[in-house]
Write a protein of this length. Sequence first.
Lengths: 256, 305
Amino acid sequence: MSFAIFPVGWLPVWQRNFLVWKKLALPSILGNLADPLIYMLGLGYGLGAMLPTIEGQPYVAFLAAGTVCASTMNAATFEALYSSFSRMHVQKTWDAILNTPLGLNDVVAGELFWAATKSLFSGAAILVVITAMGLTNGPMLLWALPAIVLTGLAFAALGLIWNALAPSYDFFMYYFTLFITPMTLISGVFFPTDQLPGWLATIGGWLPLAQGVALIRPLLAGQVPANALIHIMALLATAGIAFVIALHLTRRRLLK
Amino acid sequence: MAALGVSGLRKTYAGTEVVAGLSFAVEPGKCFGLLGPNGAGKTTTLRLCLGLTAPDSGEITLNGYAIPSDAQKARARVGVVPQFDNLDPDFTASENLLVFGRYFGMADAEIKARIPQLLEFAGLSGKADARISTLSGGMKRRLTLARALVNDPDIVFLDEPSTGLDPQARHLIWDRLKQLKSAGKTLILTTHFMDEAERLCDSLIVIDHGRKITEGSPRALIAEHIEPQVVEVYDEAGGDLAAFVDACGQLAGRVETSGETAFFYCADPQPLLTELANAPGLRYVHRASNLEDVFIKLTGRELRD
């Protein structure tokens, strides 16, 4: 029971969230699948019928890869905002945990890894469906799984910053309106960024969602991503720096 | 060595000194009470002792560990019953205990072996698979107490453990706390129920505005601060309380009037009771003085919000 044999304090926090999720796993996965798939199929086949091939693939396949990325981002973001806020602020689950030998770093890290896990469930579920539909190409797509986790970690950490600052659930609307939605439109999820004005495409290219897209779309098409190391490092750095900021802000909020 | 030692503790929030130079020591195996009106600094003091916030100055030792630097190690042998229930609403009673035990690094098998006895202690043997929303307030409190014992702690912190409970539930909690004391656990209790403190505490301190205003055993404090008997006189049926206080005030050691009630504190109440028998329109209650009288005398009768 001592800390010598208990080096991963975040694990029981992750396990707690996993146990809750397990009780509602099926509806949760179906819920995560339905919305993005409806958009993907509707836009992909409806709009795609009017479009030429994009980057050598049909529009629906282009959009399918973008949907994996956007769903990964959304799953991690929702978990790190609404669900983490419920546990922190409404149910006071974090307060209960902080009365045990675990520290706030364990709690926030457990939430980070859990939100990334949720994004993996979500991204992988869509990956399975689009692969069954023949919208991916070759076994290279398995490398998309770690890329999904990386993207999930980055957005989980960013979400936890906003969570630490939130006075109420309403506050999260700003995060979506000001950050998530515009980013989705300029990161190459729905259309290639070279359609954008140059300056906007440049900004988009720096955003974390674009890093995920740059890794995941080529992998699903059976290609090695260009500049993979840069994108991996960018996502890791985003996750690491955002986590440190989130931890600092949460400490200021809960342990003052 | 003290189970908990605090000296010169200070904590300021937004320019207000919430804990203003507090010192006390808790002997192992005893029940220690931290009493005070709302806003006196009780909960902040508990949070400081658990290492959940850093003091501006002062020293804290909990179970031999310096707080807050070694707080996580100290908390491994500590249980906490918080003021507001924060059980996991998504889990059953036994899942709550399992998940909580994992936070202490306990193996699942070890926790599962303890769950039946913990539930039995809490009087929840039939409720292992009950969801939290189906439990009454008293049951939730007892489950919170069981949860605080999952790691078999040496020291248990209880922040207002019986607030909001009905008398039956309250007596059951008191009974369990006495059992814990018999089992050698150190209990550290905050409360503003004086009867609770009088029943449970071996020693206590009263704090107000973050400062200690007195300390001792409940009995010693009553003997030290207050006359042994109290007669409460109510002006109920058009009697003249003010006139009665003027006429008979000298029969008591001390008289306090609050609204429609006069409190006569005295060593020998007999002459006063004789007068009261002939005072129409006044009702009275005669009782032994208690810790609440001491508390009111020390912290005043004004409302605290």
